[in-house]
Ligand binder design. Structure first.
Ligand code: AKG
Length: 267
């Protein structure tokens, strides 16, 4: 493990609405391909709600109970293949509620963090069927401080800034971001990278679900705001290696964090 370089693979997958078994099968196939890449990934990330898609009317029945199925499967895979996984997000049933939750597993197959989407997206009726999280997604991957936000969360710069102030050098974003807002997707992700001088790794899905079309265009953006890799509009695995020293170099070049004046704007 070389902590100055991190290789990341994004599974830009199609998701079948309301079909967890088929989605698990597809994910298993994509994972088995991703792990064979050269260089081998240090981290693999999936899109948002990859187990059920937005089957919100049936989400109480379909959601993974306490995430047990997902946790068992991902933990075993991480341990077997010595890899970290940011397990997309899934529909997770907890008591009477369903949350949109990301699990983070380390190379030993241990669950090191979870994060449930804070900002529910009303255009897709999320708030009618899902409960929101109330903790920020502060994580560590191979001892590198990082953060997680889910899809609509990227419209809230305060959340990304809080994660950056808490030390995050990479922001991971699982998403199901549909047409026609490609322009918002790319611009918001680039802005989060530039303003916080951190890597942004955003994994979107592809395919059609009801009236929604998902365009892929998963992105890996460096702390200067340059796109290192961008997905097509088809199912694919996108891989890139991040040079972690880029974060310190950009922060030294334009010292945004030293020049902030929070006492004036109180954010
Ligand atoms: O903010 C957007 O335009 C898309 C958000 C979204 O699709 C989601 O959060 O699931």
């Amino acid at each position: 493990m070389n902590q100055s370089n991190l290789t990341i693979s994004l599974l830009q997958m199609d998701i079948e609405i309301g079909e967890p078994d088929r989605n698990f099968a597809n994910l298993t196939l994509m994972l088995s391909k991703a792990i064979k890449a050269d260089p081998k990934p240090d981290i693999i990330i999936f899109p948002e709600m990859w187990n059920t898609g937005y089957a919100l009317e049936q989400i109480q029945q379909l959601a993974d109970l306490e995430g047990e199925r997902t946790k068992r499967f991902i933990s075993q895979f991480c341990l077997e293949h010595d890899v970290n996984i940011i397990a997309g997000s899934i529909a997770e049933k907890k008591g009477d509620e369903v949350l949109n939750t990301v699990y983070v597993f380390n190379r030993q197959g241990e669950l090191t963090a979870d994060y449930s989407k804070i900002h529910l997206f009303r255009l897709m009726d999320e708030e009618k069927f899902l409960a929101s999280g109330d903790q920020i997604g502060k994580i560590q991957i191979d001892e590198i401080p990082a953060g997680v936000m889910i899809c609509y969360d990227i419209r809230f710069p305060e959340l990304a800034r809080k994660l950056a102030l808490d030390g995050a050098k990479i922001l991971f974003v699982p998403a199901e971001w549909p047409n026609p807002r490609l322009h918002h997707w790319r611009t918001l992700l680039m802005a989060r990278a530039i303003e916080n001088q951190m890597f942004v790794v955003a994994c979107n899905r592809v395919g059609i679900s009801g009236k929604a079309e998902f365009f892929g265009h998963s992105l890996i953006i460096d702390p200067w705001g340059e796109i290192i890799a961008e997905g097509s509009e088809e199912e694919e695995i996108l891989t890139a290696t991040l040079s972690m020293s880029d974060v310190d170099q950009v922060r030294a070049r334009i010292p945004v964090f030293e020049d902030r004046r929070p006492e004036i704007y109180k954010l």
